[in-house]
Design a binder for this molecule. Structure first.
Ligand code: KG4
Ligand code: ZN
Length: 331
């Protein structure tokens, strides 16, 4: 079964082609980092307009690299939300037009579910499991039962962890996108030099809060600047990261214990973080962890293809030849 998938929910535009859930025939990701770094963050209108300019070329590149005929494709899948509405619409309309023109079935995929499948390319997902979703817009702990039912057990009450990384990076003058910059510079710092708060460190509460931690870093930097102190950027970044990840993983471990499972699935852009991976290696030895390869952690269409393959394999695809996909929830 060959799936062509499209992902355009934010500032990445991706088209991927996946055969039988394991053979990656192509995975093209066109990133707009160079455009948005000038503004220090994603400008939704600019992102959608750039997707429009690139979308046909990204389709062409994916099909060419896969070295297949369009008639070999069995299913088209497209992210229908959550995401930026203008960006989503470009992907949805393009995928729908492609499916209609080629008489192919088309299905919608939830972006967050897509992140869950980003580690499934090389590993099998085993349930029951706790899914830790950590991205630019979401920080969630979800319990997935053996029957595949989902139960949201915790989420951020304010900022998402990725958003917090991006704002801290901006405060430290590291630029955009902030997550990888904080991750990289932290290696040169002392993560015990500054003591930042671990918010919502309450027993049996699986919710998160990252806006207080963000403000603590911003206040610390402003106070140091006012006192004329030299900013130790690597240590500020490393100490922030330690606080952000320690509370995240503490709650994740408590959730695994409470729900009595050893299976942990991690997805979303922040799962690319190297310090996070080191914590997992050191402190989660007895768990079965599914985490994407670093290159597959941030938004891409391969995870959408993987999700669609798993959800629709063996089904009668003829009935999905309907071309009216509406974007759902944008948050
Ligand atoms: O999943 P994603 O690509 O887009 C959303 O669905 O939001 O995640 C993007 C987020 C950004 O906030 C980015 O700074 C963060 O993931 N990120 C990282 C790293 N790489 C990307 N955060 C921490 N460490 C990283 N290495
Ligand atoms: Zn994402």
């Amino acid at each position: 079964m060959i799936v062509l998938a499209v992902e355009s929910s934010c500032d990445e535009l991706g088209v991927a082609i996946l055969k039988d859930g394991k053979e990656v025939l192509s995975n093209i990701v066109y990133s707009q980092i160079d455009i948005h770094k000038e503004f220090g963050g994603v400008i939704p209108e600019v992102a959608a307009r750039d997707h429009i300019k690139k979308v046909t070329r990204v389709f062409d590149a994916a099909i060419k690299e896969a070295n297949i005929k369009v008639s070999d494709i069995d299913l088209v899948a497209v992210t229908s939300g959550p995401g930026l509405i203008g960006s989503l619409i470009v992907g949805i309309v393009s995928a729908s037009a492609f499916a209609l023109a080629n008489d192919l079935p088309i299905v919608e995929v939830n972006h967050l579910l897509g992140h869950m499948y980003s580690g499934a390319i090389d590993n099998e997902l085993v349930f029951p499991a706790i899914f830790l979703l950590i991205s630019g817009g979401h920080t969630e702990l979800i319990y997935i039962d053996s029957d595949n039912s989902y139960n949201l057990i915790g989420k951020t009450k304010d900022d998402a962890i990725g958003e917090c990384y991006d704002k801290v990076a901006r405060t430290l003058g590291l630029g955009y996108p902030g997550g990888p910059k904080v991750d990289n510079i932290s290696k040169e710092g002392d993560e015990n030099k500054y003591n930042f708060p671990r918010p919502l460190d309450i027993k049996d509460d699986f919710n998160f809060s990252y806006s207080g931690l963000k403000s603590a870093v911003i206040n610390k930097v402003h106070n140091m600047e006012q006192r004329g102190e030299i900013l130790d950027i690597p240590s500020l970044a490393a100490s922030f990261q330690k606080a952000a990840l320690e509370i995240l993983l503490k709650k994740t471990k408590l959730a695994l214990e409470k729900y009595n499972t050893k299976n942990l699935i991690i997805g979303g852009g922040v799962s690319a973080n190297k310090r996070l991976r080191k914590y997992l290696e050191d402190d989660f030895k007895n768990y079965n962890i599914i985490i994407p390869k670093i290159k597959d952690a941030t938004d891409n269409a391969l995870m959408i293809a993987m999700c669609a393959y798993n959800e629709y394999k063996g089904k009668d695809l003829e009935k999905y030849k309907k071309y009216l996909i509406k974007p759902f929830s944008t948050s």
